[in-house]
Design a protein around this ligand. Structure first.
Ligand code: HEM
Length: 464
């Protein structure tokens, strides 16, 4: 539709906007629900240089993702990540710089590489479960499974992408990135830019220097002793010689930062959902027993394993529908853009929302019900509707580069956990979401955990 015939964005009452905006930028989910219900899933807020558009309607999102990337800017003036993510990172780059940086890293996520990491993911998950079980009281202990999952996903991704030497720093990376995230979620007045050598901002800079020192040392090591390991992303970037050292460092920082919370938060929501729905944990266990082999039996997982973990895959998809790690993702319009019949003026910060699309009542039957089986037996039309509305990782040239790795991790980890642990949530109420940058359950995932015990009927049922 030409921009001249498109309608202006609908907006909430002017007097309500400052309050809505403040809340949107701090704790977006309730405000997004309110806006979608009272104004619509595509709407505008703010004025002058502070104009925002929320886009959460699946057909409008399809148009947004199909619009050429030249119409948008990711290195925009509202970039709250700037203190943590360096300007050389692909995530805040545009045009040719973005293309060069992204394509250097892209090869790391080829299907061949991803498949090569499957045995390691299962092996590291087993090691984490062994450690956990060793620390549990046999009668059961209360454990925050969010913390357990976060260390595990971080270690796996650092090992997968950057090799064993970098993985030995995984705990340190966890601390550095946690402090950066706490800073990004602190009140705005604590984030005012300054160069003073004290305070939380100075601490983030210091952490970044510490991080850079580790990566620089690894780059120097790889130059002195090339590893020849073509599964190691850092080794490939160094050998390829396309990116300068500072750019390599920025991509490593971005990749670890991007994985740090997203996959862990998704696993946290998966654990809540999988243990709160009656019998779902048992169903996941049965599937894992038949695909991965019962605990103690030797099965070498490979690329065929993932395709067989169908239920775990649907639990992952359904969790990301309702709890996408990025509730809103920003890009600035650098030209007027038309989506869903509405004109979004140049200079507007577009917050597109996987969260709203995942809960859209035109796209999903009983959208708030958690039902992993909703993805079964879809007609081609239903499949197309679901595809347009399931966008936790975006679409098009700026979609998430690491999402396939996350999906693989989440599917394998939940299967293995279901096989080896009995988990009972300490409450039957789903926690409130927190986090502007990454949406995660408030209070983590406190669960009563014991090593797997066979229920008398369960074992026989399995063998029947
Ligand atoms: C459940 C896990 C994850 C979710 C839900 C997720 C979601 C997203 C979303 C919504 C975007 C923005 C797309 C846009 O702006 O249109 C994004 C971008 C990105 N993600 Fe992820 N992500 C996840 C895991 C990861 C992992 C594991 C990595 C790295 C190993 C990663 C690396 C990136 C990078 C580098 C970008 C920027 C791509 C670009 O600008 O070209 N993400 N992700």
């Amino acid at each position: 539709m030409p921009s001249s015939t498109a309608r202006a964005l609908p907006s909430p009452k002017l007097t309500a906007q400052p309050g809505l905006l403040r809340k949107l930028l701090r704790e977006p989910q309730p405000v997004l629900d309110e806006l979608a219900e009272t104004v619509g899933p595509v709407c505008g807020l703010g004025f002058g240089p502070m104009r925002f558009a929320v886009v959460g309607d699946p057909p409008a999102l399809r148009e947004l993702f199909a619009t050429p990337t030249e119409s948008f800017r990711w290195n925009h003036k509202f970039n709250v990540l700037a203190v943590v993510v360096r300007p050389g990172s692909m995530i805040v780059s545009d045009g040719a710089d973005h293309k060069r940086r992204r394509s250097s890293v892209q090869a790391a996520f080829s299907r061949r590489r991803l498949n090569g990491w499957i045995p390691m993911i299962v092996e590291r998950t087993d090691a984490a479960i062994d450690d956990l079980v060793g620390s549990l009281d046999p009668a059961g202990s209360s454990v925050d499974m969010y913390r357990v999952g976060r260390s595990l996903v971080l270690e796996i991704v650092v090992r997968a992408m950057f090799g064993d030497r970098m993985a030995s720093h995984a705990t340190e990376f966890g601390d550095l990135f946690q402090r950066a995230q706490d800073y990004l979620e602190a009140p705005a007045y604590r984030q005012i830019p300054h160069r003073l050598p004290f305070g939380a901002r100075a601490r983030v800079r210091k952490d970044r220097r510490a991080f850079n020192a580790i990566v620089d040392e690894e780059i120097a090591h790889l130059r002195a002793q090339p590893s020849g390991d073509d599964f190691n992303v850092l080794a490939s970037l160094v050998a390829e010689g396309v990116l300068a050292d500072a750019e390599i460092r920025d991509q490593v920082n971005t990749l670890i930062g991007a994985v740090y919370e997203t996959t862990a938060a998704s696993l946290a929501w998966m654990l809540w959902r999988a243990t709160l729905v009656p019998r779902l944990w048992d169903r996941l266990r049965d599937e894992a027993d038949s695909v991965l082999g019962r605990p103690g039996e030797r099965h070498d997982p490979d690329h065929t394993t993932l395709a067989q973990l169908e239920l775990a895959n649907r639990v992952m998809r359904e969790t990301l529908r309702l709890h996408p790690a990025g509730v809103v993702s920003p890009r600035e319009a650098v030209t007027d853009v038309v989506v869903g019949g509405f004109r979004i003026p140049k200079g507007t910060l577009i917050l597109w929302s996987a969260y709203l699309a995942g809960r859209n009542a035109d796209a999903w039957v009983e959208p708030l019900r958690f039902d992993p089986d909703r993805f079964l037996d879809l007609t081609p039309d239903q499949q197309a509707t679901a595809d347009a509305a399931w966008v936790p990782s975006g679409r098009g040239a700026r979609n998430c580069i690491g999402f396939a790795l996350s999906q693989m991790e989440l599917t394998l980890i939940i299967s293995r956990l279901a096989q080896r642990l009995d988990l009972t949530p300490t409450t039957t109420t789903l926690p409130r979401p927190v986090g502007m940058v990454v949406n995660r359950p408030k209070g983590g995932v406190p669960m009563n955990a014991t090593a797997r015990t066979e229920h008398p009927g369960h074992d026989q049922q399995n063998r029947a």
